[in-house]
Design a protein around this ligand. Structure first.
Ligand SMILES: CC(C)(COP(=O)(O)OP(=O)(O)OC[C@H]1O[C@@H](n2cnc3c(N)ncnc32)[C@H](O)[C@@H]1OP(=O)(O)O)[C@@H](O)C(=O)NCCC(=O)NCCS
Length: 170
């Protein structure tokens, strides 16, 4: 765990600009073509399931989650997860992930998807989605599509297109 004096807080509307700058520095302008961004164009992230990491007042990391459906099943799409470069490798990312998943489970969510490196995310419970089981809009490296079950068996029998949850879409 981190030796930093880290606070994980629920994201607020006031954090938007600082997080956008962090995304710009981390992912650059190419981020908008990514599949996960295609979904984010249509549905806002859930502020109560998105978190910032701070050291004092300094924002050093962010994770967001937004509502999707796969087939007929409600789920969350996690990301982006970003940590300021000087603060990487000290547990900030893991602390953000653990809080995001814990609060999602507490609110009754059962499935979380993301596109990322399995070697990093498996330590908090993600595993690869079997090929052909789920699709996403736009270009996706399906080797990097991961799922975490927040309830036993939540992914059993679930398949289909991952798309915005229009019930809560903007
Ligand atoms: C990925 C990221 C969020 C990790 O944050 P972090 O605070 O450095 O992560 P933690 O401190 O919790 O974990 C660090 C560990 O993860 C490992 N790790 C970091 N990125 C990794 C990756 N892409 N694949 C595998 N392992 C990775 C580190 O080597 C380190 O390993 P160790 O614990 O054995 O030393 C951060 O590096 C980042 O912002 N990267 C750029 C944005 C990005 O790629 N986001 C993820 C895709 S949405």
């Amino acid at each position: 765990m981190t030796d930093l004096s880290l606070t994980i807080l629920t994201e607020t509307a006031n954090d938007a600009q600082a997080i956008e700058r962090l995304h710009e520095r981390t992912f650059g302008p190419g981020r908008f073509v990514l599949s996960a961004y295609r979904i984010r164009e249509h549905v806002d992230h859930l502020l109560d399931l998105s978190f910032t990491a701070r050291i004092g007042t300094l924002l050093v990391g962010s994770v967001r989650q937004l509502p999707v459906v796969i087939g007929d099943t409600k789920a969350l799409l996690l990301g982006p997860l970003t940590v300021e470069p000087p603060f990487r490798g000290r547990g900030v990312g893991r602390a953000l992930l653990e809080r995001a998943l814990r609060d999602a489970r507490a609110k009754g969510h059962r499935l979380v998807f993301l596109v990322g490196d399995e070697t990093y995310y498996r330590r908090v419970g993600f595993e690869a989605v079997p090929q052909g089981r789920a699709t996403m809009p736009g270009p996706v490296d399906y080797n990097r599509l991961l799922v975490a079950e927040l309830a036993d068996g939540a992914f059993d029998g679930v398949s289909g297109a991952i798309r915005p949850d229009w019930d809560v879409a903007k």
